[in-house]
Design a protein around this ligand. Structure first.
Ligand SMILES: Nc1ncnc2c1ncn2[C@@H]1O[C@H](COP(=O)(O)OP(=O)(O)OP(=O)(O)O)[C@@H](O)[C@H]1O
Ligand SMILES: [Mg+2]
Length: 217
């Protein structure tokens, strides 16, 4: 059985990952590819519980390393129980976020040491990185408007926003800068201008997926 491919979608909250994921899933299904769609943090019952801990607002300040370790704990479960078995049986896995999000949010946003993150990545998913990553690049304020967070972050306490979405604009600027640095250094990452209309974003993603599928066959 030929091993499946691992595709991830990355970007700020509101960049359009979930929207694009549908385009990716639809395109692959059309080509007869057996696809498993999942997300991080989460993707298994235990990891979804950890997602709740991470996204809910907490009464105490969350230590950045504690946050990072929780993410990798959820990821260990997700990789072991879902991602690896699927790839091994030949399914393609499309995940809404993976370790690049930890590099960007905890590394870039919170200032966690990049070498520590890479060491954890090595422990938790040795030899496993996505084969292809779409990074949906969009200015912070545009992403913000899409999730209804208020243009100038004056509505940081809005009830529907999670613990990360409530962070100030400067946090999200650091996350974006980290994502852009990853995209420049890793050849597996394709940067998509996600400020464009939805159908154009989907068209660009699909145009890059076509050759990727052909290459695999
Ligand atoms: N290219 C686009 N142009 C305009 N609006 C868009 C575009 N892509 C997505 N949207 C809209 O922006 C909102 C956020 O999109 P989506 O949920 O796909 O983002 P996301 O990256 O998954 O965000 P989150 O990280 O919060 O889950 C949705 O209402 C969606 O319809
Ligand atoms: Mg989403």
């Amino acid at each position: 059985m030929k091993r499946g491919r691992f595709i991830t979608l990355e970007g700020l909250d509101g960049a359009g990952k979930s929207t694009s994921l549908e385009a990716v899933q639809g395109f692959l299904a059309n080509r007869g590819v057996d696809v498993l769609v999942t997300r991080e943090p989460g993707g298994t019952p235990l990891a979804e519980k950890v997602r709740g801990l991470l996204l809910d607002t907490q009464e105490e300040t969350v230590d950045p390393m504690a946050e990072t370790l929780l993410l990798f704990a959820a990821r260990a479960q997700h990789v072991g129980a879902v991602i690896e078995p699927a790839l091994a049986r030949g399914q393609w896995v499309v995940s809404d976020r993976f370790t690049d999000a930890t590099r960007a949010y905890q590394g870039g946003g919170r200032g966690v040491d990049g070498q520590a993150i890479e060491a954890l990545a090595c422990l938790v998913h040795p030899g496993l990185e996505p084969d292809l990553t779409f990074y949906l690049d969009v200015p912070v304020h545009q992403a913000r408007r899409r999730i209804g967070g208020g243009d100038l972050f004056e509505e940081r306490e809005a009830a529907h926003l999670d613990r990360f979405e409530r962070e100030r604009a400067s946090f999200h600027e650091r996350v974006r800068a980290a994502y852009r640095a990853i995209a420049r250094s890793a050849p597996r990452v394709r940067t998509i201008d996600a400020s464009l209309p939805e159908d154009e974003v989907a068209r660009r993603i699909v145009s890059m997926l076509g050759p990727f599928v052909e290459e695999y066959r």
